[in-house]
Design a binder for this molecule. Structure first.
Ligand SMILES: [Mn+2]
Length: 439
């Protein structure tokens, strides 16, 4: 079912110009996806009479008495979410997943996630059949995520999944998508890894749709549920190293925040901490610095001493050399091919897989490839490559116009012996996409 195996990146950018919402920290224009979850439009939804719905799955989902999430439980959850997305208005979501079960799932996942280090080391396995599947932004496109899981094969002892963040916002099923991935995490904590994206934050979810989605789906328990999701976002690790040679993170590289002791002045032993504000003094951070960053923040700060989380989640590659502030985003960095080389070489890596830029972002970036195939190879340097991976096909799911990018999504499979040669699997959006009747 999946398309091209490894190939050259798409470099043309024949894309539409319909998207208006920028994925940056500035509020989007009023024509963006702000009102999709307004209660008025939800109340007007009515069921479709054209086809009789398939028999409902086992709902409501209940929490297993032993607290252990089996593969069957996760599959039943997936089936129930899929069925509900086609047959129930969003406000009836608790009839699929009661808030008590939601609480148990979030609590179980949070406990696991908060214990993980900032940069998780992922054992790729040693068997000939071992695979690591890397997934980019999915943005609430539940049906495409389900397709991807089926296409790649569900998580298993010999199949590890690394998700690179941006589970929510812009699609109608961010809650289902996030909860499904959390369920896989709880079920197979050493086979499924969920990294944080910039959308797993208070700021983005309040602007780009997820907060309203949760409030609509959980009604009077909505604020509670949204708070729990935010708490879980804070626990998500920032980056991973797969096997020995592959670094993955949502945005990418990050600066050094090393403090510079000032010269002793007038014989006093005071040491002043200086965080270099000048672009010219920016230098790449180390994996050790990454490991020490404080990731448990609702929104990564764009100023002050704790800048590494914001860099890792928001930065973008550039074709110009050097490190500079990412002015378009208002947070994070731009880094050039020389920085990719420096990072790869210093840490004995061969590959960087980052996500964060869809077809809309790439349309505005001259010199970088378009996202028609769901991936681009941005830097090819002596030590290896930098790849951008985007897994939400026909993105974005919702916007004020019917027009969308017809981009494919893609996922990467890494395989033995070194797990550092990416095989790309591009795929189209699931059609017909279930209607969201409250639009
Ligand atoms: Mn992003």
């Amino acid at each position: 079912m999946s398309g091209n195996d490894s190939g050259s990146p798409t470099t043309d950018s024949t894309t539409t110009t319909a998207v208006t919402a920028d994925d940056n920290r500035k509020p989007p224009p009023s024509s963006s996806d702000e009102d999709f979850f307004s209660s008025a439009s939800v109340a007007s939804s009515s069921s479709s009479d054209e086809n009789p719905p398939p028999p409902p799955p086992k709902i409501p989902i209940s929490w297993p008495s032993d607290g252990i999430l089996s593969r069957d439980w996760v599959m039943d959850l997936m089936t129930a979410f899929d069925w509900g997305s086609r047959n129930l208005p969003p406000s009836e979501f608790p009839s699929i997943l009661p808030v008590q079960v939601f609480d148990s799932l979030i609590l179980s996942a949070s406990k696991i996630l908060h214990k993980e280090p900032n940069c998780v080391r992922i054992d790729s396995g040693s068997g000939a059949d071992s695979r690591v599947v890397v997934v980019g932004d999915v943005h609430g496109q539940l049906h495409d995520v389900i397709f991807l899981l089926r296409d790649a094969g569900f998580p298993a002892d010999d199949r590890v999944f690394v998700f690179n963040g941006d589970y929510v916002d812009r699609g109608a099923w961010g809650l289902e998508t996030f909860l499904l991935l959390l369920a896989w995490k709880v079920s197979m904590p050493n086979r499924v890894y969920l990294l944080r994206g910039n959308h797993e934050s208070k700021y983005c979810t309040s602007v780009y749709g997820f907060e309203k989605e949760v409030l609509t789906k959980y009604g009077d328990k909505g604020k509670h549920a949204y708070r729990k999701c935010l708490g879980c976002f804070e626990g998500l690790p920032l980056a991973s190293i797969i096997g020995e040679h592959v670094y993955t993170a949502h945005g990418g590289l990050f600066r050094s925040v090393a403090t510079t002791p000032s010269k002793r002045s007038k014989g006093k032993k005071t040491r002043k901490i200086i965080v270099n504000p000048e672009a010219s003094s920016l230098s790449l951070g180390s994996l050790e610095e990454l490991s020490k960053a404080r990731r448990s923040v609702l929104d990564p700060p764009w100023e002050g001493p704790n800048l590494i989380p914001g860099d890792v989640l928001w930065s973008d590659p550039s074709m110009s050399p050097g490190l500079s502030p990412n002015k378009e985003r208002g947070i994070g960095l731009l880094w050039g091919p020389d920085c990719t080389e420096e990072f790869l070489k210093k840490f004995n890596l061969k590959l960087i897989i980052r996500s964060h830029e869809g077809p809309d972002a790439r349309e505005k970036r001259s010199g970088l490839g378009g996202m028609d195939e769901g991936y681009t190879i941005d830097h090819v340097v002596e030590s290896g490559k930098l790849i951008t991976l985007f897994s939400a096909p026909d993105y974005p799911q919702f916007q004020a116009t019917e027009e969308r990018y017809k981009n494919k999504g893609s996922y990467i499979v890494l395989q033995p012996p070194h797990f550092d040669s990416p095989v790309f699997h591009s795929f189209e959006a699931i059609t017909p996409r279930p209607k969201v009747r409250f639009l």
